[in-house]
Every structure is written in C-alpha cells, then in structure tokens.
Design a protein around this ligand. Structure first.
Ligand SMILES: C[S@@+](CC[C@H](N)C(=O)[O-])C[C@H]1O[C@@H](n2cnc3c(N)ncnc32)[C@H](O)[C@@H]1O
Length: 247
C-alpha cells in the first residue's frame, strides 16, 4: 500500500479514526502503530498498536477526504454535494466544468462519478493544495486549471454536461454558461447568502434556460440514547442555497 488509509477503532464506546500514509510510526493515545506494516496488509485487515489495540484498515472514499483532507477554505458539505449530484443526474459519461476548486472536495466527489472534471481556481496556492488532495485519492480524470473563471469562461471552446459554481464570481460567469453547456445540461450554483442567490437567479433569468429552482437542504442527525430516540438537539447550521438551472 502506498496510498492513504483510514485506521479505525472503537474505544470506550466511541469511534476513533486516523487518516495516514504508510510510513514510519503513528503515535496515538491507544499506542504506537508501525505504519510500515501496512505494506503487507490489505483493506479490511487489522493492524495493532504496541498496546494491542486493533485498528481496521479502510480505503478512503470521498467522505473521508471531506473529513481529513487539508483545506484551503470551506469545502462544500456532502449534503449539498448530494443535492447537486441527484438534481443533475450526474453520470459516468458526463463532462463537468467546476469553479472554484478550493480544497477540491466537490471535484473529488464529481470525479468519482463523471467521465471528466475540469476545475478552475484563481489562487495558485489553493490549486496546489487541491492537486495534492486529488492525487491522494487517485483520480486521474480531474483537470485543474489556474485562472479567473469569470475571464476564462469566455475563452473555453469545449462543452460540458454539468457546470458547478462555488465562487463569489458565479453571477459574472452565468451569462456565459450557455456557450459552454450542452442543450439539456445542468448548471448548479452554490450560494451562502440570499443576496447572492438572488443575484444568481437574476443572472440566470437573462439566459435561455428551460427550468430553474433554488433549494436549501437541512440535515438532521438522529440521536439514540437510553432516554429515547429523536433528532439531535445539536444546533443545525445553515450552509448554503443551491440553484439548479437546466438549459
Ligand atoms: C468555497 S471555495 C470552493 C470549495 C470547493 N467547492 C470545495 O468543495 O472544496 C471557493 C473557491 O473559489 C475560488 N475563487 C474565487 N473567485 C474565483 C474566480 N473568479 N475564479 C476561480 N476561482 C475563484 C476561491 O479562491 C476559493 O478557493
């Protein structure tokens, strides 16, 4: 194994996990794990710490990259990514145009399904971090491009099935989406604020789309305890609104 792995164990009723690269030693409060032993293991095997605590070895999947990958800023939450995937019907023959790349989390989810993802990021340092995250997850169908999507979209002469925008520049990009999207294609824009969402809706209204809707998804954990089962009382925070338009 020369790719990252998840090491997971249950201790005192709680799950503990580590996202590690095969290498030297991992020091945990449950003992030291010799990571070079991962070379002889496969996913599903266990590895023990010097205190005899067993950790199951798992292959990281997209939600693990959301939890553990290095971040340049706020990545899109899996619940919002799910809304984009389900409402665009993203599939294995699709080519996606994405911006901004950020930590690359949305691109990683999209790349796990689509044929190809082209993702633009204005900041070179963010692009480098995303490049590392994407390399770790082993996807070779994500092409990262450096540039301001508001300018670059004017020069793109490819067509895409799905366009995803998670950047403050989205309203400037929307007018050019019809030039790069196949008829039937979907645009999905993530906006943290009502004001930004309104701006996006107004920009879409000026283009030749066939359908548009804006949704917010509220996710609630269900807590299980001796006293009973109910939605978690932990605060449910707002993330963003997703506007989906079809061309
Ligand atoms: C909220 S983050 C995107 C997070 C990303 N979707 C993810 O899941 O990791 C927004 C990103 O857009 C980038 N950005 C802002 N303006 C941009 C522009 N005009 N062109 C390309 N990227 C831009 C920012 O640098 C930032 O990395």
């Amino acid at each position: 194994m020369d790719t990252p792995v998840i090491l997971k164990t249950f201790h005192m009723g709680k799950m503990k996990e580590y996202f590690v690269m095969p290498g030297e030693e991992l020091h945990t409060d449950l003992g030291v794990i010799k990571l070079d032993e991962l070379g002889t293991k496969t996913f599903g095997d266990t590895i023990s710490s010097h205190l005899g605590v067993e950790f199951i070895i798992q292959k990281p999947r997209a939600p693990d990259f959301f939890t553990h990958a290095k971040r340049s800023g706020a990545p899109m939450m899996p619940k919002d990514i799910g809304v984009i995937i389900s409402n665009t019907g993203l599939c294995s023959t699709d080519c996606v145009l994405d911006a901004g790349t950020g930590s690359g989390i949305l691109a990683i989810y999209l790349g796990g399904i689509a044929k190809k993802v082209v993702s633009y990021e204005i900041r070179e340092d963010f692009l480098e971090l995303a490049r590392k995250n994407i390399a770790l997850c082993g996807l070779s169908n994500i092409e990262l491009r450096h540039g301001d999507i508001a300018q670059e979209i004017r020069k793109i002469d490819e067509r895409f099935d799905v366009v995803t925008l998670d950047t403050g520049a989205a309203a400037q990009v929307v007018p050019f989406v019809p030039q790069v999207i196949y008829p039937d294609g979907f645009l999905a824009v993530y906006s943290p604020f009502f004001e930004h969402t309104k701006e996006i809706r107004e920009a879409i209204e000026k283009t030749k789309y066939t359908e548009v809707r804006t949704i917010e998804t509220i996710e609630r954990d269900i807590s299980f305890s001796e006293r009973g089962t109910r939605p978690s009382t932990a605060r449910v925070g707002h993330t963003g609104f997703i506007t989906i338009a079809r061309y």
